[in-house]
Design a protein around this ligand. Sequence first.
Ligand code: T6T
Length: 326
Amino acid sequence: LKTVAALALGGAIGLSAVPGHAQDKKTYTVALIPGLTTDAFYITMRKGAQAAADALGVTLVFQGAPEFNPVLQVPVLDATIARKPDAILIAPTDTTQLVEPLRRASEAGIAVITVDTFIGEGKYQTGAGNADFPVSYIASDNVLGGRMAARALATAIGEGGGKVYVSNVKPGISTTDQREAGFKAELAENFPAITVLETQYNENDANRAASQLQAVYARNSDLKGVFGANLFSALGAGNGVSQAGQSGNVKVVAFDAPGSIVDNIKSGLVDAAIAQHPAEIGYYGVMSAYAHLTGQSVPVSIGTGFTVIDKTNITDPNVVKYVYSE
Ligand code: T6T
């Protein structure tokens, strides 16, 4: 009886019309589309996104392709648009090929936020009308990350300098393009004793990156170092160094920090890893989507942090917490 009376009273004073009152709260659905599903970076991003979704009462849907490839990602995006979520968080796998597919989402009234990678030039909400329609871009500063990798590799190589190269995925991916640009700019500006050989593209295939390392080493027995510009590039390049019997002689700096890279730091194969904070990207992705959907304004870009991991800090709990989940 008490409940009935309370309900009647609530109705009488119009409680159900109070914004934010429990009875009225809409459950938003946010879809997270990673670059690929089986990558510790995006698995960790999903965890952060889920933490924010749980805190806000948002339904999070995670749907992606098995490879980092726009030809596979666009159908996943189209299927997601058909399900009409309130917002899409996506790591676009190509700066140009995802523009029109994402425009379709935006024109269908779905808020688009890009996480990790961007489309166009990554400058959103400018009024330019090109690829500026996403609400926000939430990611690491990848140019800075590339510069950090260059400094770490130069330190590992030491005074004498010498030849290095970048093991990279393929051109057209905003993150890895920017890391390579930052890496090269830092070396050109501050480490003239280091020469950068031609970039080797591995299509996100660690085995190919390992073979390429051995081929580059076969042509350059004075190779001093390699920068693996993402998780698979770094894993493969490290394996290549090991297979060439050059562990410790050819220095390796990795972008990304799955458990396997941490093991390679412990064994001395890898000198340093630039760990991104993918959980932070996922968390603020969902928070930003929710803010936008509930009428708050959202920063047009949010920069997340890095942690440099090497053998001096590898057991520090404040560092270990940034090792990616598998
Ligand atoms: O390095 C990350 C991500 O930032 C990049 O855009 C693609 O590769 C990773 O997912 C690692 O494999």
